[in-house]
Design a protein around this ligand. Structure first.
Ligand code: NAD
Length: 509
């Protein structure tokens, strides 16, 4: 059932101010750039957006800081990240409040987002004592061949609303350990959590004696992001958001021979095989499809079910969908909070209208909720839709909780359907057949950057590299060796003999 009442905008404003106050942030009020909350759909504060001059100064300052930061020993750079991690632990609850107020996440997911920031700080502290290069066997006597990793420069981080803080931390903790400095342009929908993160990092920098300008924040809309995209002093643009955004950003950065790291949309699927443990599958599917109100890049959007178990599984999913508590994300019973805006709800409704025109049948959900209590907010029931084919609307990412259910007869057919979309982020198979699982994980299986077995598509740990193929943009962030994107490598040939020998036996003179 719906939560009985929603907090008022007035209460949310007070809660945001209290959290920011505990964090030590003073809100620079008074501009026409608004912090808002999807809980009521209303504005909280007027803030100042960055001007072109602010962007220019931020990049110049971050570049100046880079010139000293790059020569600071990496383990000392790690001390800054360690302090940031401590401050995030200390302020976990207030930070999670801001994530809920601005992004609409339920409490447990908002706390999870802050935990993810803490985890990546721990990872980056360890990394600051690694950043390994290799020694390579030289073909010449008396020579050594080595690979050295150096800091890259200013990293421009452009982030999306749905992980308003974690995506920043994946980039920033690793970039700082790697000796880079950061200019951050967060989503225009989440300025308050951005002010909080920037403030904590600034505090950490003061406390450990790092240059203040290792991090600069620029609030504003895409025009501010475009400044980072076009600035030749920004060595790497790490941009997270829609494929539409990446299609604009990628070529512009490439035109100036900058580097880009793109983390774009997904259209993630799970295959459910006849041998699957259905209790586990139902739990995994409902969390991945309806969790975060369907607004994760890794949200499960397509379910490819073996024909023999489709009826049973769909029945269980319909029952689970009907029980999902929707409403106030601060209420501990709620599992589905609001969509970010009524524009998202419009996109959801238009996708539903299109898929029904293409033969899709709605099995559960799809109604708007709480429209009387909060007419400017967008609460919606997650929806299950049975489709016979993967039509154009199914092949698009609609950033809302719609799960399309398809059926298959052979694993080969399932994998073909699975891969037949433009995006390639996350994927999974539910099966107890090892051969099927291995085929799905093989080179001829899932074509995604993330491929799972007996767990849903969403909810990655920071230890692995995160990202996807095709229209998802090809970037990898967070763990494993994703750090290499934030550094440049140099190959060194060192001759410690008294002879000059040329490679490939070339003789000269
Ligand atoms: P969005 O594309 O609307 O905005 C993302 C960011 O890009 C914002 O900060 C925006 O101001 C900026 N931006 C937009 N156009 C730009 C341009 N031309 N130049 C520079 N900056 C520009 O995305 P959103 O609605 O905030 O987030 C949802 C989308 O993000 C979904 O498609 C989701 O799948 C994707 N996403 C991907 C990942 C991932 O890691 N692959 C993670 C989170 C979200």
């Amino acid at each position: 059932s719906d939560s009985p009442a929603l907090p008022t905008t007035h209460e949310l404003r007070a809660r945001a101010l209290a959290g920011l106050g505990n964090l030590g942030v003073t809100v620079p009020e008074g501009g026409d750039f608004h912090a808002r909350t999807p809980l009521t759909g209303e504005n909280l504060f007027g803030l100042q957006a960055a001007t072109a001059g602010d962007a220019e100064a931020a990049v110049a300052d971050a570049h100046a800081a880079f010139l000293t930061w790059r020569s600071t020993p990496a383990p000392r750079r790690g001390e800054l990240v360690r302090r940031l991690g401590e401050l995030l632990r200390e302020h976990k609850s207030d930070l999670a409040d801001l994530v809920t107020i601005e992004a609409g996440k339920i409490r447990s997911e908002a706390l999870g987002e802050v935990q993810e920031m803490i985890d990546i700080c721990d990872f980056a502290v360890g990394l600051s004592r690694q950043l390994y290069g290799r020694t390579i066997a030289s073909e010449r006597p008396g020579h050594r061949l080595a690979e050295t990793w150096h800091p890259l420069g200013v990293v421009g981080v452009v982030s999306a609303f749905n992980f308003p803080a974690a995506v920043w931390s994946w980039n920033t903790a690793v970039a700082l350990a790697c000796g880079d400095t950061v200019v951050w342009k967060p989503s225009e929908l989440t300025p308050l959590i951005s002010l909080a993160c920037d403030h904590l990092l600034c505090r950490a920098a003061d406390e450990v004696g790092a240059p203040r300008d290792v991090h600069r924040l620029l609030l504003g809309d895409r025009a501010v992001g475009e400044r980072l995209v076009d600035d030749p002093r920004v060595a790497l643009v790490s941009a997270t958001g829609s494929t539409r955004m990446g299609r604009e950003v990628g070529p512009r950065v490439a035109a100036r021979f900058g580097r880009s790291l793109l983390e774009l949309g997904g259209n993630n699927a799970a295959i459910v095989a006849p041998s699957a443990d259905l209790d586990l599958a139902v739990q995994g599917i409902v969390f991945a499809a309806a969790g975060t109100a369907g607004q994760r890049c890794t949200t499960l959007r397509r379910l490819i079910v073996h024909r023999d178990i489709a009826e049973t599984l769909v029945e269980r999913l319909v029952a689970a969908y009907r029980r999902l508590p929707i409403g106030d994300p601060f209420d501990e019973n709620t599992l589905v909070g609001p969509l970010i805006s009524t524009a998202s709800l419009d996109a959801m409704n238009s996708a539903l209208a299109r898929v029904q025109a293409q033969g899709g049948k709605v099995l559960a959900g799809g109604n708007r909720r709480l429209s009387q209590a909060a007419p400017r907010a967008a609460y919606a029931e997650p929806v299950l839709v049975r489709v016979d084919e993967q039509t154009d609307v199914v092949r698009e990412e609609t950033f809302a909780p719609i799960l399309y259910v398809l059926t298959y007869d052979t694993l080969e057919e399932a994998i073909e359907l699975h891969n037949d979309v433009p995006q390639g982020l996350s994927s999974s198979i539910f099966t107890r057949d090892q051969q099927e699982a291995e085929i799905f994980l093989s080179a001829a299986g899932s074509d995604c950057g993330i491929a799972n077995v007996n767990i849903g598509t969403s909810g990655a740990e920071i230890g692995g590299a995160f990202g996807g193929e095709k229209e998802t943009g090809g970037g990898r962030e967070s763990g494993s060796d994703a750090w290499k994107a934030y550094m440049r490598s140099a190959t060194n040939t060192i001759n410690y003999s008294s002879e000059l020998s040329l490679a490939q036996n070339v003789s000269f003179l």
